[in-house]
Design a protein around this ligand. Structure first.
Ligand SMILES: [Zn+2]
Length: 301
């Protein structure tokens, strides 16, 4: 069983790199442009330069006038404590569980982590308690509530997904278990400021207000007690509903299925076309959003 690892900054850099290709210093974005990696963490503060004495020849018996020049700067605040978490690389799906799909684009680079609390991204089908999971255990097995995260985009499913290899079917989003194996307790929140454009029997769709108007869809919340209704405008980070197992007539495991769909045409890093509303791999966007949360970042209300 693997648990949260708190690592040194050096190891942090390596761990974060596991979502990227370490051999490539730059990413190719949706328009084919090269995306530079995020800036490194600021280094440790350095001591201020020693103050000028106003002239080395001045006799020491005389009072020294204030040194000319800019006022002294306040000391730099200490760098925030880095935090990280163990996660398998994007596109890594275990053998026999589907094609997976590696696209290095972070499609929503500034989105909010779509849950209020910590959570565990992994497979609902192949994990404990899943339809194809290990026998004899249930969904609350601690293995499901442990790191590392796993990408589940293009996990084997019958749903249409043109980005998945081998026939164009596969899982359309990322499955995320809440902080603990309890339904109707943990909030899902808006990934971006936008409008609730649709509510289905077990789906809530949020269309971002800002270009490129990405579309986020949340599945399996407690539909009878949502915090929003169709047509509502919500702010990034605003509560939408509680993670549950609603799936129409038959319940699923307790998890949030999170989808990210294209708001504009583009292309993936391996050149596959993306048209409006193509299902996009959300894993890297989620990992970056979660890392920002672990580092103390906040997201709206
Ligand atoms: Zn799912």
């Amino acid at each position: 069983m693997r648990r949260l690892l708190l690592l040194s900054p050096l190891v942090l850099a390596l761990a974060l790199g596991s979502c990227d290709d370490k051999t490539k210093p730059a990413q190719t974005g949706p328009g084919g442009e090269v995306k530079t990696p995020a800036s490194p963490q600021p280094g440790p503060p350095t001591p201020d330069d020693p103050p000028s004495d106003g002239g080395a020849e001045q006799p020491s018996s005389e009072p020294i006038p204030p040194a000319p020049g800019p006022p002294a700067q306040p000391p730099s605040p200490p760098a925030p404590s880095p935090a990280t978490f163990a996660h398998e690389p994007a596109g890594a799906i275990p053998a026999g569980q589907g094609s997976g799909y590696l696209d290095r684009t972070v499609w929503s680079p500034a989105m909010c982590w779509p849950l209020q609390d910590d959570a565990f991204a992994n497979s609902q089908v192949y994990g404990h308690g899943g339809g194809k999971g290990p026998a004899g255990t249930g969904q609350c097995d601690q293995a499901n509530y442990s790191l590392p995260w796993r990408d589940t985009f293009c996990e084997a499913r019958s749903r249409d997904n043109p980005l998945c290899a081998g026939g164009g079917t596969g899982h359309q989003g990322q499955d995320i278990r809440p902080a603990a194996c309890k339904k109707n307790q943990y909030w899902a929140v808006a990934a971006e400021t936008g409008v609730i454009t649709d509510i289905g029997s077990y789906t809530v769709t949020l269309t971002a207000s800002a270009a490129p108007h990405r579309v986020y869809r949340y599945l399996h919340m407690q539909m009878a007690a949502l915090a929003v209704k169709e047509g509502d405008t919500v702010a990034a980070g605003q509560k939408l509903g509680k993670v549950s197992n609603d799936f129409g007539g038959t319940p699923t495991t307790i998890h949030l299925h999170f989808e990210l769909r294209a708001g504009a045409a583009g292309a993936t890093t391996d050149g596959k076309p993306v048209v409006l509303h193509t299902f996009l791999p959300p894993y890297m966007s989620l990992a970056e959003a979660y890392q920002r949360k672990l580092n103390g970042g906040t997201c709206g209300g």
